[in-house]
Design a protein around this ligand. Structure first.
Ligand SMILES: Cc1cc2nc3c(=O)[nH]c(=O)nc-3n(C[C@H](O)[C@H](O)[C@H](O)COP(=O)(O)OP(=O)(O)OC[C@H]3O[C@@H](n4cnc5c(N)ncnc54)[C@H](O)[C@@H]3O)c2cc1C
Length: 703
């Protein structure tokens, strides 16, 4: 008999976040002002588990819902019981509050062990089913880290299951395609990206669920060693609203004006980017290399920089030249001078902070490479370019781990992008990506060489590998970053640390996070966030061959089939024309998107690719390789056309690095209009052919 544990979480309703949900002074979110709901993907996980139980046909199999949260999280367990769960466990304890993903995964893994012992009577035939991610954290790390801690196979981004000859086969989304896989053994963890068949609650079952006696555990019952803020491996430095969108959001009334804008913007590429770059903060310099020993203009927050500037000025006024001159008399004078603005303890910490000049971490800056169909994933090259800048600031080298079978030839591309060293891990067993085999090989290399920073692209592959490696090596991980900077937190004796900024709560807030209690600082970064460096083929580097200690036993998944989703999809093109469900059918998609692409390519002399929303892919308008968005590809073209696309957050995440976004939608209230530069409220069937015609006319005139 196979049993099921479904992880469910109570989350704030991100669709209802109002402006008064933020504390304007601190920029933090006031959780009590938000209503709470069950995480949407967890409802799919419940339905998925129920579907598996039905297919396996064992009526005695149990579904246990497990949630960690405050006492009020019992609501989501009653929801689960009213749908399909037979038992429900609430892990609730003040000591568990404020946990990051590491300190969430650890107590949940311990709870799962206890469920197996107490409720399944030690029967280890079970699946853990979880929503791929929760809307508040959006990290997709917790289920994978739990799988790593339980040492069980992990199938991520599952969308379907089938039962054949006594075993389950799962369809899952991969980078630019899909795959059918089966875990080689159970227990196994399955994370759900989508599942179409919702469960509804009947009246009788709802009453039963309401009166059901939940099992409540505290940390004493499970004895997890890593809990709460103390047991976390990351620390949130600040939370702030993302600011108003910088998009123009300009309504265009006629197609002729839109054609003019298209031609003008494409004739002047990347002008926004240049401006943005100029506004960026200065690149980091280590304290020991700064000309002024009191220069602390690289602190994490503007407030800290201001405070240090203020204190430095007072020190100069006292004639103090270096921290060696901080006598007791100087200190008391400074405290007296500054006490109107700064607290005494703060001044003391800051004075001590001036003595910190050596970086807190040692070692190289690493990127874990990912391969694509025809070479390296663009995210790998972008990260190598960024790693080069971080390493230069830190006075160290860039290393890239390249794992696979017969991949040495890709090293030259990595050196050209900025790598000094390529750690080559080759084995026939690494020819295809298997989470456990890659985890074992790459983690061993990290443990041996101890890099100070390890970066992964936030692709479906990176979002499995990074949590596994972070869990196995005991390092903190920040997922889906949109910004990386080296900064100091001098008062906390932290110099040259990686500040990792990422959106959370469905993009409603931004958080800057740093790593703690870890040998390496680990982060995944959304592809398209950083520019791909211009390749410099004159650069040379060193290949370090690292022996992979992997065997057949380390292969955790049997890959039954892989659908690559179209052979040559170039989502790095200058222009992407995407169609959504509003295209109505495959023929319309072909005709309208295809026509506009052909026209732009032939006449405006730029590279063009077709894109699609997930709904369009699921309707069969185009292959999955063209899907743009959170579970598709993140793109950053000069121009992005969203035709008949509503603008769901999962789609917007994937296009926010585009220079110019143009939307056509018949619904004047379509959310895409708040996230684009120019839009027309109209039917795509009318606008698109007219646009091609206008572009043709106006382009000829210009020529
Ligand atoms: C975990 C998760 C991951 C996801 N990942 C992705 C992802 O990677 N990418 C992605 O795109 N989505 C993703 N989604 C799905 C996402 O939430 C939306 O469901 C999806 O983006 C909707 O696609 P759409 O805009 O084409 O369809 P709809 O939301 O149905 O919108 C169709 C739009 O077309 C307009 N329209 C209809 N007819 C016409 C016409 N004749 N002319 C002009 N306009 C017309 C309508 O007004 C409407 O705005 C994900 C969801 C989840 C839960």
């Amino acid at each position: 008999m196979v049993n099921y544990i479904v992880l469910v979480k109570q989350v704030p309703d991100v669709n209802q976040i109002t402006d008064n949900a933020f504390d304007t002074e601190t920029g933090t979110l006031i959780r009590s002002r938000l209503s709470n709901v069950i995480n949407e993907l967890d409802t799919r996980a419940l339905a998925f588990a129920n579907d598996m139980r039905n297919k396996a046909g064992d009526k005695n199999a149990k579904i246990v819902a497990l949630s960690m949260g405050p006492p009020m999280a019992e609501e989501v367990l009653r929801y689960s019981l009213s749908r399909c769960a037979d038992k429900a466990v609430l892990l609730t304890d003040r000591a568990l509050g404020g946990a990051d993903t590491w300190a969430t995964a650890n107590p949940l893994a311990h709870s799962i062990r206890r469920i197996v012992k107490d409720i399944f009577s030690g029967n280890r035939n079970y699946y853990v089913i979880a929503g791929m991610q929760s809307v508040d954290g959006d990290t997709a790390q917790v289920p994978v880290q739990i799988a790593e801690q339980l040492r069980v196979p992990c199938v991520t981004y599952a969308t379907h299951n089938s039962y054949d000859d006594g075993r389950f086969i799962f369809t899952r989304i991969t980078s630019g395609g899909s795959q059918m896989v089966s875990p080689k053994q159970i227990p196994a963890m399955i994370t759900i990206a989508d599942f179409e068949y919702p469960l509804f609650a009947g009246f009788k079952r709802t009453r039963w669920a309401r009166n059901f006696e939940l099992i409540r555990w505290s940390n004493d019952d499970i004895q997890a060693p890593y809990t709460g803020i103390k047991g976390s491996k990351t620390r949130v430095l600040r939370v702030f609203p993302p600011g108003k969108t910088a998009r123009k959001r300009k309504r265009i009334e006629d197609v002729s004006s839109l054609a003019k804008i298209v031609i003008e913007e494409l004739a002047n590429p990347s002008h926004h980017k240049e401006k943005e770059k100029a506004a960026r903060r200065k690149e980091y310099i280590l304290p020991r290399k700064r000309s002024d020993c009191f220069d602390r203009s690289y602190e994490a927050t503007e407030k800290e920089i201001d405070d240090f500037n203020f204190l430095a000025e007072k020190l100069r006024q006292q004639g103090v030249k270096s921290p060696d001159d901080f006598s007791d008399t100087v200190k008391s004078k400074i405290i007296k001078d500054c006490q109107d603005k700064l607290h005494k303890k703060t001044i003391q910490d800051m004075l001590d902070g001036f003595r910190n000049t050596e970086p807190s971490y040692q070692g190289q800056v690493w990127v874990i490479a990912e391969r694509a169909q025809n070479g390296l994933h663009s995210g790998t090259l972008e990260l190598t370019g960024k790693a080069r800048k971080l390493a230069d600031s830190l006075d160290t080298e860039v290393g890239v781990v390249l794992a696979g079978s017969n991949v040495e030839k890709l090293s030259s591309e990595l050196f050209a992008a900025g790598a000094d060293k390529v750690y080559l891990i080759e084995s026939p067993l690494l020819g295809k990506f298997d989470p456990w085999a890659y985890h074992k090989a790459v983690s061993a290399c990290i443990k041996d060489y101890k890099p100070q920073i390890v970066l992964f692209a936030a692709t479906p592959l990176g979002r499995v590998l990074a949590p596994m490696i972070s869990s196995g090596t005991g390092c903190g991980l920040t997922a889906d970053c949109t910004g990386l900077e080296i900064r100091d937190s001098s008062r906390r004796e932290q110099i040259g640390i990686l500040m990792q900024t990422r959106p959370a709560l469905g993009g409603n807030i931004m958080a800057t996070i740093c790593t703690k209690d870890s040998n390496s600082q680990m982060a995944t970064v959304r592809p398209g966030v950083f520019d791909k460096p211009e390749p410099d083929y004159s650069r040379k580097g060193e290949i370090i061959r690292y022996k992979a200690d992997v065997s057949d036993d380390d292969i955790s998944l049997e890959i039954i089939s892989t659908e690559s989703g179209g052979a040559k999809v170039n989502l790095n093109a200058d222009v992407i024309v995407s169609g959504g469900k509003g295209m109505q059918n495959r023929d319309n998609y072909e005709m309208l998107v295809g026509k506009l692409c052909d026209f732009i390519r032939d006449n405006l002399k730029v590279s063009v690719e077709r894109g699609a929303s997930r709904a369009a892919v699921e309707q069969g308008f185009v292959d999955r390789g063209h899907q743009v968005g959170q579970t598709g590809t993140t793109v950053g073209p000069e121009m992005y056309f969203a035709l008949g696309i509503s603008g769901a957050i999962q789609h917007i995440i994937g296009i926010s690095n585009s220079e110019t976004i143009i939307a056509v939608n018949s619904d004047p209230e379509a959310p895409i209009f708040s996230n684009c530069d120019y839009y027309i409220v109209a039917n795509v069937e009318e606008v698109v052919p007219e646009l091609a015609e206008e572009l043709s006319k106006q382009n000829t005139i210009q020529v």
